[in-house]
Design a binder for this molecule. Structure first.
Ligand SMILES: [Fe+2]
Ligand SMILES: [Fe+2]
Length: 291
């Protein structure tokens, strides 16, 4: 078998139970006009697993109002349009991660990614950057998508990487490069490009571990802010024990916080209070327990 390199990966034939066109379609829906209502309806209906999940959520104790919800239209009425959009995005992404259902992958890749998304979104709100909150969630949820692809390319080798990174408390990208010849950052960026998702997610996938290296060179303010939000969300997720916190994360933490404009009070809040609040969040409950 010829060696896999970044340039000869056949993205079309990587098997993931994931429909990138559904995700990119949902990402394009803005505002809750009638047209978008139909757009969301059609997109979600084209992916049965998303529809099933939305109905399950609408009928859960979080939202249940006494009558069983059986259609997407009713679910939107109960949960709200924007929230259904967020859940649909997360459900669509969940399918990509579902390709690897073993406990270490669930904890260190899937749960890590969901928590990173939730924290990044919350950071946006706390910093009065509400306009970035949905993109921050998505950026956080897909920043490590390269690990899913590595696992699909060679599951056995990726498990070796996982164990070695955890045992040595070393960053994943270093161990991945040693075994695969490339890392999840480079691979994730290529994949996002192949799926035609917005450029900002490619930048996040590529640079969430070294944001300081590029943030000064980015001319687009949105890309700068979102990269920093997700990079900090990534570190916090690891501090909450969803992921492996390394020396490198700790050494960059204060500088990234400063670039974002977080005060000591904010940092204190995230270090001591946020984790408990997050555990009561509907997103957290659904996506951490689902996979
Ligand atoms: Fe990563
Ligand atoms: Fe990460």
């Amino acid at each position: 078998m010829s060696k896999i390199t970044l340039d000869n990966i056949d993205f079309k034939n990587i098997k993931l139970p994931f429909q990138p066109h559904v995700l990119s379609g949902i990402l394009k829906l803005q505002g809750d006009s009638m047209m978008n209502f139909h757009g969301l309806n059609n997109l979600v209906k084209s992916d049965q697993s998303i529809t099933a999940l939305i109905l399950k959520i609408a009928n859960s104790s979080f939202y249940f109002r006494g009558n069983e919800v059986t259609t997407l239209e009713q679910a939107i009425g109960i949960i709200g349009f924007q929230t259904v959009i967020s859940f649909s995005i997360a459900a669509s992404i969940k399918n990509a991660y579902a390709s690897a259902n073993y406990s270490k992958f669930r904890k260190f890749v899937w749960q890590h990614s969901v928590v990173c998304g939730i924290v990044s979104k919350n950071l946006a709100v706390r910093l009065h950057l509400d306009q970035y909150k949905e993109e921050a969630f998505i950026g956080g949820a897909i920043h490590d998508i390269g690990k899913v692809i590595l696992n699909s390319l060679d599951r056995k080798l990726f498990i070796t990487v996982l164990h070695e990174a955890l045992d040595a408390n070393a960053p994943f990208f270093a161990i991945e490069s040693k075994y695969f010849g490339f890392n999840h950052n480079e691979l994730g960026a290529r994949c996002i490009e192949f799926w035609n998702l917005p450029e900002v997610y490619k930048i996040i996938a590529m640079h969430h571990n070294d944001p300081e290296l590029v943030v000064g060179t980015l001319t687009n303010e949105n890309e700068k802010i979102l990269l920093l939000l997700v990079a900090y969300g990534d570190i916090l997720a690891k501090k909450y024990k969803y992921g492996q916190l390394t020396e490198q994360d700790l050494s960059g933490e204060a500088r990234i916080a400063q670039k974002l404009g977080l005060t000591n009070e904010d940092r204190n809040y995230y270090d001591n209070q946020f984790l408990d609040e997050m555990k009561g969040d509907a997103f957290y409950q659904f996506f951490i327990t689902l996979l």
